[in-house]
Design a protein around this ligand. Structure first.
Ligand code: BES
Ligand code: MN
Ligand code: ZN
Length: 499
C-alpha cells in the first residue's frame, strides 16, 4: 500500500474518494463542513433527512457531489462527541476502511486526523490510521487452491492534516504505523499457517529469511547443542515429537555493541496436543496458535528493522511441538533445567513454561537491559482478562509501567496481575526443586511464578497472550498482537536512551 501525507484543504481534493465525519448530534467535522459549503448544503440535507445519523459504526457513500472535484465522499458516523476517544477514533477509521473495500475506489484521502481526540496528537492518529489501513488489506489465502483475487484492495491512501507544524511528527508516525502493520502481517501469517507446515524447522527457515532481508544475525541451535547447554526442560517437551526442536536466536543491532539489548523471548510451540496429559478434541486445531509468542517476536523484529530503530534487540525463540509419542515425557518425570534447578513434570500440558525457562536462562548471556517473554501460556488468563487485555507480570515496576503505557498508546493493552511470594508455595514438589503446575487456582500467576525462578538476574516482564493472540469462531485468525505494544515500547526505549 502506498501512503501520502500532506497539509490539504478539501476544495482542491481530486481523486476517487474523500472520507469525512459527522457526529450523532449532526455536528460535522471541519472537513465535512467544507464539503457542505462547496456543495451548497448537500451534506446538511442528507443529515437532516435522517440518511446519516452520525451513529458509530455507520458509513454512507455519496456520489457526484455538486461542485466537488473528487468522485465520491464517504461520510462516516463518529458517535457521540463526548465519547470520541481512542476507541471511537479507531472504530470510525475501521468502519471507513471496511466501507471503502466495498467500493470501486482504490485510492482515498482521509480527513479524520483533524478531529480532536482527548490526549492524542496528530502523530497518534496518523500512526493508528496507517496501521489500520495496512491491516484492512490483510488476507490469508495462501492455502487455498485458487484464491479470490483481491481486486478491491486499497492501493493508495492520502492522510490529510490541517496544521503544517504537525507534518514532521506525522511523517514519522506514518512510517511507524506502516512498519507495525507489516510486522503484524508476518506475525499473522506465521500464526495462521497450518501446523504441518509451520514446524520448528519452518520457523528456523523463516528466521534465516528475515535475517537475510534485514541484515540481522541469526543462530539456530539444534538438539545436540541444546543438550550440551543442559536444556533438559526444553528437550523434555520435544521428546514426544518427530519434528526436531530448535532454539532460534535473532539479533538486531541498531546501536553500538556496548549498548545492552532488550531481549524478547517468544513461546514457539508449533502445536500443543498437551502431550501425555492430552487435551480434549474440541477446538484443538487452535493449538496451532501456540507459537504466537514466537510469531510476535518475528513481527516486532521486522517492524524494528524496517524503521532502523536505534536500539539493540535480541529475539530468542524456543521452538518445538508438544506431542504424545512413545518416548514422550510422562507425568512424574523429573528433569534438570539449564539453570540447574530440577522440575517434576506433573502435567505435560504445562509445557510452555518448560521451554521458556531454559530460553530465559539462555538470555543471561546477552547481559540484557530487560527481558520480555511473550507466551500463549495459560487458559486461565483467558478466563481472567478475556480477549481484551494481555496479562502482565513483572519483577520490575518501571518496566511494568513502561509496558502498560506502550500498550495504551498502541491500543494493544496489558493488565497487571500480582507476582507475590505468597503464590510461590503452590509450586512445591516432594521430589524436585519445583513442580511445573500449581493447581487450577491462580493458574496464570503460578505459571509466571514458575518463570520468575529463572529471571532473578535481570529486569523481566511476562506477557500472557493466551486471550489476545488469535480470534476463534467465524473470524478465526491471528490478531498480530502484541506487535503494536512491543514495537511502541521499543520506540520509546530507543527515544529515551538517545536523549
Ligand atoms: N497453550 C496452552 C494454553 C492455552 C490454552 C492458551 C487454551 C490458549 C487457549 C498451555 O500450554 C496449556 O496447556 N496450559 C495449561 C496449563 C495447566 C496444565 C496448568 C492450561 O492453561 O490449561
Ligand atoms: Mn499446553
Ligand atoms: Zn501450550
Amino acid at each position: 500500500m502506498e501512503f501520502g501525507i500532506k497539509v490539504a484543504t478539501l476544495d482542491k481534493q481530486r481523486g476517487s474518494c474523500v472520507v469525512v465525519g459527522v457526529f450523532e448530534s449532526g455536528k460535522m467535522t471541519d472537513a465535512a463542513k467544507e464539503v457542505d459549503r462547496i456543495s451548497d448544503g448537500y451534506l446538511k440535507d442528507i443529515v437532516s433527512q435522517g440518511d446519516m445519523e452520525g451513529k458509530a459504526s455507520t458509513a454512507l457513500l455519496l456520489h457526484k457531489i455538486p461542485n466537488l472535484q473528487c468522485k465520491r465522499i464517504l461520510l462516516v458516523g463518529l458517535g457521540k462527541e463526548q465519547e470520541f476517544k481512542d476507541h471511537a477514533f479507531i472504530n470510525a477509521t475501521q468502519t471507513a476502511l471496511r466501507a471503502l473495500h466495498n467500493t470501486g475506489a482504490t485510492d482515498c484521502a482521509f480527513f479524520l486526523s483533524d478531529i480532536p481526540v482527548p490526549e492524542r496528537d496528530s502523530a497518534w492518529k496518523v500512526m493508528q490510521l496507517a496501521k489500520l489501513a495496512v491491516e484492512s488489506n490483510y488476507r490469508f489465502d495462501k492455502l487455498k487452491s485458487s484464491p479470490e483475487e483481491n481486486t478491491k484492495a486499497l492501493r493508495k491512501i492520502t492522510i490529510c492534516i490541517g496544521d503544517r507544524a504537525d507534518l514532521p511528527a506525522s511523517k514519522e508516525a506514518l512510517k511507524q504505523g506502516a512498519a507495525i502493520a507489516h510486522g503484524m502481517n508476518l506475525t499473522k501469517d506465521l500464526g495462521n499457517l497450518a501446523p504441518n507446515i509451520c514446524t520448528p524447522t519452518y520457523l528456523a527457515e523463516q528466521a534465516k529469511e528475515l535475517a537475510k532481508t534485514y541484515k540481522l544475525k541469526v543462530t539456530v541451535l539444534d538438539k545436540k547443542e541444546m543438550e550440551k547447554l543442559g536444556m533438559g526442560a526444553l528437550l523434555a517437551v520435544a521428546r514426544g515429537s518427530h519434528q526436531p526442536a530448535k532454539l532460534i536466536v535473532l539479533q538486531y543491532q541498531g546501536k553500538g555493541k556496548k549498548e545492552k539489548p532488550v531481549v524478547l523471548v517468544g513461546k514457539g510451540v508449533t502445536f500443543d496436543t498437551g502431550g501425555i496429559s492430552l487435551k480434549p478434541a474440541a477446538e484443538m486445531d487452535e493449538m496451532k496458535y501456540d507459537m504466537s509468542g514466537a510469531a510476535s517476536v518475528f513481527g516486532t523484529l521486522k517492524a524494528v528493522a524496517e524503521m532502523n530503530l536505534p536500539i539493540n534487540v535480541v529475539g530468542i525463540i524456543p521452538a518445538t511441538e508438544n506431542m504424545p509419542g512413545g518416548s514422550a515425557t510422562k507425568p512424574g518425570d523429573v528433569v534438570t533445567s539449564m539453570s540447574g534447578q530440577t522440575i517434576e513434570i506433573l502435567n505435560t500440558d504445562a509445557e510452555g513454561r518448560l521451554i521458556l525457562c531454559d530460553a530465559l536462562t539462555y538470555a543471561e548471556r546477552f547481559d540484557p537491559k530487560a527481558v520480555i517473554d511473550i507466551a500463549t501460556l495459560t487458559g486461565a488468563c483467558v478466563i481472567a482478562l478475556g480477549n481484551v487485555a494481555t496479562g502482565l507480570m513483572s519483577n520490575n515496576e518501571e518496566l511494568s509501567q513502561a509496558l502498560i503505557g506502550a500498550g495504551e498508546y498502541a491500543s494493544d493493552r496489558v493488565w497487571p496481575l500480582p507476582l507475590w511470594d505468597d503464590y510461590q508455595d503452590l509450586l512445591k514438589s516432594n521430589f524436585a526443586d519445583m513442580a511445573n503446575i500449581g493447581g487450577r487456582a491462580g493458574g496464570t500467576i503460578t505459571a509466571a511464578c514458575f518463570l520468575s525462578r529463572y529471571t532473578k538476574k535481570f529486569h523481566w516482564a511476562h506477557l500472557d497472550i493466551a486471550g489476545t493472540a488469535w480470534k476463534s469462531g467465524k473470524e478465526k485468525g491471528s490478531t498480530g498482537r502484541p506487535v503494536p505494544l512491543l514495537t511502541n515500547f521499543l520506540i520509546t526505549q530507543a527515544k529515551e536512551s538517545n536523549k
